[in-house]
Design a binder for this molecule. Structure first.
Ligand code: FAD
Ligand code: FES
Length: 259
C-alpha cells in the first residue's frame, strides 16, 4: 500500500452517466489539485482497493467516473451520498499541457481522464473530441466535451464501428499536433500507428492491474515500465518500444495472459 494511508471521505454527490457507469464526487483537496491523467487508489473496506482516474475537479472536490465491472466497482456503485470511501493519491504521471490544436480520443470509460483534461485545457487550445462506445447509451460526456464525432459498435448512434475508423477523416485539413487518448488497447495501438504515419505526437493513458499504486509491488509492469509510477500516461516513443502492450497483460494474481 505504500506509505500513504487512505483518507476517509464522504460521498458528496453521485450521478449515473450510463447504465453501467457512475460518477462519485468527494471532498478531497489532494486529488482536486491533481494533473489530468493522474489517478487515485479508492478503497472500500472489506472489498478492495482499485486505481481510478480523476475525471474532474471543482474547488476542493474531485470526481471519479467508474464502470461497473467486478466486486469493488460494484460496491462503489452501491454508495450513496454520505457513505464513506478511502482515497490515496494522486499518483502517477499525467498528460502534458497541450501547446496547440489537439485531438482527444476516448473509448469506453477511457473518456473519464480525458474529461478532466478537457476541463483543464479547452479554454486554452482548440480541442477536437472523438468518443467511442459499445452503444449509444454507453457514450460518456458527449455534450460536455462537445464531441465532433461519436461511434458505436452496434451503430445505435454516430459512426457504426470503431472510433479509430474516423480519425484520419477528422484529421484531414486540421492543423493538429497531438492526440491524447485513453481506452481499449487496440484503439490506442491504432492511434499510435496513425500518429506515426502522419508525424503527429501522442500521449496515452494505460491500464494495468495495480496493487500498491506507488511503484513498489511490480504488479503493473509492462516490459519493466511501472505503469503506476512512470505512467499511467506515456508518450509515443515509450509506447512504441513496448513489446507487451496490446498483446499481453497480467491478471490480478500476476499471471501473464494474452489480450
Ligand atoms: C491508472 C488506472 C486508471 C483507471 N481509471 C479508471 C476509471 O477512471 N474508471 C473505471 O471505471 N476504471 C478505471 N480503471 C480500471 C479499474 O481499476 C478496474 O476496472 C477495477 O480495478 C476493477 O475492479 P473490480 O473489483 O470491480 O473488478 P474485478 O472483478 O476485481 O476485476 C475485473 C477486471 O478488472 C481488472 N482489475 C482488477 N483489479 C484491478 C486493479 N487493481 N487495477 C487495475 N485493474 C484491475 C482486471 O482486468 C479484472 O479482470 C483504471 C485502471 C488504472 C490502472
Ligand atoms: S502497482 Fe505496485 S508497482 Fe505499480
Amino acid at each position: 500500500m505504500g506509505n500513504d494511508k487512505p483518507r476517509i471521505r464522504e460521498v458528496a454527490l453521485t450521478g449515473q452517466e450510463s447504465p453501467t457507469v457512475k460518477t462519485i464526487r468527494l471532498y478531497d483537496p489532494p486529488t482536486s489539485d491533481a494533473a489530468p491523467g493522474q489517478f487515485a487508489m479508492l478503497w472500500v473496506p472489506d472489498s478492495g482497493e482499485i486505481p481510478i482516474a480523476i475525471s474532474g475537479t471543482e474547488e476542493e472536490y474531485s470526481e471519479f467516473t467508474i464502470k461497473h465491472r467486478g466486486e469493488t466497482t460494484s460496491e462503489i456503485h452501491d454508495l450513496g451520498v454520505g457513505d464513506k470511501i478511502g482515497v490515496r493519491g494522486p499518483y502517477g504521471v499525467g498528460f502534458s499541457r497541450p501547446t496547440g490544436p489537439a485531438v482527444i480520443l476516448g473509448g469506453g470509460y477511457g473518456v473519464a481522464p480525458l474529461r478532466y483534461f478537457y476541463q483543464s485545457n479547452s479554454s486554452n487550445v482548440p480541442l477536437t473530441t472523438l468518443i467511442g462506445a459499445t452503444s449509444a447509451e454507453e457514450l460518456l460526456f458527449v455534450d460536455e466535451l462537445d464531441a465532433e464525432i461519436v461511434s458505436t459498435d452496434d451503430g445505435s448512434r454516430g459512426h457504426h464501428g470503431y472510433i479509430t475508423e474516423v480519425i484520419e477523416d477528422v484529421l484531414e485539413g486540421k492543423d493538429v499536433e497531438m492526440i491524447y487518448t485513453a481506452g481499449p488497447e487496440p484503439m490506442i495501438l491504432r492511434a499510435l500507428e496513425i500518429c506515426k504515419s502522419r508525424g503527429l505526437d501522442l500521449e496515452a493513458s494505460l491500464e494495468r492491474v495495480m496493487k500498491c499504486g506507488v511503484g513498489l509491488c511490480g504488479s503493473c509492469l509492462i516490459d519493466g515500465f511501472r505503469v503506476c509510477k512512470d505512467g499511467p500516461v506515456v508518450g509515443l516513443d515509450q509506447l512504441d518500444e513496448f513489446s507487451e502492450f496490446g498483446r499481453w497483460t497480467r491478471t490480478a494474481s500476476g499471471k501473464k495472459e494474452p489480450i
